[in-house]
Design a protein around this ligand. Structure first.
Ligand code: ATP
Length: 229
């Protein structure tokens, strides 16, 4: 399997190729040229050749691409890319809303479990997503190969929960709490502070009602990543 790091624009086109190849395969077509693909998908042939070149040696000059081989190849490739499993800690109001929100449909991302300390919530589920006690974290993240966690606990529990997540092997935290978390360098933290975002919006509407201030750098805009170097 080639290096997984292909350009995003290419990655987005792969499902288009895949769907079209499925059609060709269904009608018994055995080979296809980049010009045929180009006509059918309205994508420049050079772009198609470049896209495929990221995936390795898939075609022969003058022959084109073997439909069955390419289809199988893309199927395996897209499967690898299929879903990123995520967990969520803190199944309160916001946590529950995020569990209900279907990241999966649009982002290839799926919350596989929620965690909470409240015995009334442990053992329940939210739209089919189970809620566990944190002492099952390690087991669940190993089972589902999880490296990313969404943090929606109260602010006073944020740092200790983050420490626990990191110890269990989590490498990315989407932090919805207002706490500024401290974590080892290999852990990436993205902060989403909804209250600050809303206050910032209101501040700008009040102070710059005509929108004359340039958006971007401004004193109240505190959210973002933890490595702002
Ligand atoms: P609710 O109305 O359910 O209390 P909330 O969003 O207002 O929701 P918060 O106090 O923000 O409640 O807590 C969010 C969730 O985090 C709650 O379900 C709470 O039980 C859970 N929680 C609090 N501390 C921890 C912790 N240390 N570990 C895991 N979950 C925690």
């Amino acid at each position: 399997m080639p290096d997984h790091k292909i350009p995003q624009v290419t990655a987005k086109r792969l499902p288009l190729y895949y769907r079209y190849l499925e059609k060709l395969h269904a009608i018994g077509k055995q080979r296809v040229s980049s010009a045929d693909l180009s006509d059918a998908l309205q994508i420049d042939p050079a772009t198609i050749r470049r896209d495929f070149s990221y995936l390795g040696e898939l075609g022969k000059k003058g022959y084109g691409y073997n439909v069955t081989y390419l289809l199988q190849f893309l199927r395996d490739f897209l499967k690898q890319d299929e879903v990123t499993n995520v967990v969520l800690v803190g199944v309160g109001n916001l946590g529950t809303a995020l569990l209900r929100y279907n990241f999966y449909r649009s982002h290839n991302t799926k919350i596989v479990a929620g965690f909470d300390q409240d015995p009334a919530k442990i053992g329940t589920d939210v739209d089919g997503i189970p809620v566990y006690s944190l002492d099952r974290l390690q087991e669940v993240i190993q089972l589902h190969h999880v490296e990313v966690a969404i943090l929606t606990v109260p602010v006073n529990a944020a740092q200790s929960t983050a420490d626990f997540l990191v110890k269990a092997g989590i490498r990315g935290i989407l932090n919805f709490t207002p706490a500024r978390l401290i974590a080892p360098a290999h852990v990436r933290i993205h902060n989403i502070d909804l209250t600050i975002e809303l206050q910032t919006l209101i501040y700008f509407l009040k102070n710059f009602p005509d929108g004359e201030e340039e958006m971007g750098e401004h004193p109240l805009h505190l959210s973002g990543t933890n490595d702002e170097s």
